[in-house]
Design a protein around this ligand. Sequence first.
Ligand code: PLP
Length: 426
Amino acid sequence: MRERSEAIYERACRVIPGGVNSPVRSFRHLRMTPLIVESGSGSQIRDVDGRTYIDYCGSWGSLILGHAHPRIVAAVCEQMAKGSSFGIATEIEERIATKIVGLLPSVEKLRFVNSGTEATMTAMRLARGFTGRPKIIKFTGHYHGHSDALLIQAGSGVASLNPLATSKGVNLSTIADTLCFPFNDFEQIRSFFRTSPLAHEIAAVILEPITANMGVVPPEPGFLEQLREETARIGALLIFDEVVTGFRVGLTGMQGRSKIDPDLTCLGKVIGGGFPVAAIGGKSAILDCLAPLGQVYQAGTLSGNPVAMRAGLETLCLIEQSGFYDSLQKKTDRLTAPIQNALRGKNACLQQASSMFSLFFGPKKVSAKTTLDEEMFVQYFHYLFERGIYISPSSHEACFISSAHTEEQLDFTAGVITAFIGEQLS
Ligand SMILES: Cc1ncc(COP(=O)(O)O)c(C=O)c1O
């Protein structure tokens, strides 16, 4: 039925490990041939077999305006005609940086990189360089890209301080300075900062201020405030990884919503308008430690690429128009409200934050890394896929609504999901 997809995948497997350039795209865990996409327009994607899907992954949250938005296509084409890469400074970098500095309360300066991984990796180096301290704290289930020091699995908390690397090839010496704590556990963090001799070795605490990478898991009220207080007291930096939440949960990110002032912020996804753009931003005193002004080295051949910058700037101009986020919220609620109703009394829950949401099978509430009913997720994914709905292909990921989704599509999707819940969940 998906003959071309199967043939292409088979050929790709001969020349690309697993046939894909990022593991979750392979659909191995879903026991099916991966989606091989041909094109996207608005809220829909079309595969190489001519099947269309309503897309709720949106390039993992990057495409807040949907696919191939005409304004972005025009801006990118215009820039392409002027040259696609120089490796030399351009005005467009200054324009987008000025816009972001004007929007994000804590960001006074920023530097552009090509991926979220690079942004968080740079943030780590910068935090260490600025504070002169070696260790960082992250939270179990939070994903910050695949640099060695952050590629750490479920931590065992303060008791063992001996996290296991998620990947082979990561030296234990590289992760020896990364401590993992459970998310939303006020007591463990407090007791660590107040009593551990290691507390003064902490350069930074990094977290997703709303977690997207174990599904959508917001912080418990007061948790971010506590982190801000404890880090400030001890002279460690607080780093918000807003690669997902930046310009997704509102124009000022989670820092604006929570009114917390992080020292550093990592951005990505939405700021690239579908191109590989990320950034590390924050207080001038910290950012100025980067070369060429300071001693912390960071560089990139394609950083600040003008085509990508144009796509990002155009995106920011469109989403800052009045009413954009209200409309996105209304669309999201239109989809999620009937699902929430259908979930009453079931062994599952839906958690959402602005225009991102996750349906968890098993628990009634998720506030930290939890075991989920993976088999039910596989059935859910297939059920939706067969009906022309594409969701993020993992039980531990978020789904995203874009401004391109129509009311008809949202109602159709709500109908399919509530039918699944009625048929499959007890
Ligand atoms: C919160 C967060 N930080 C960092 C990253 C890494 O970004 P990239 O995949 O662009 O390297 C991701 C990727 O999904 C992410 O969700």
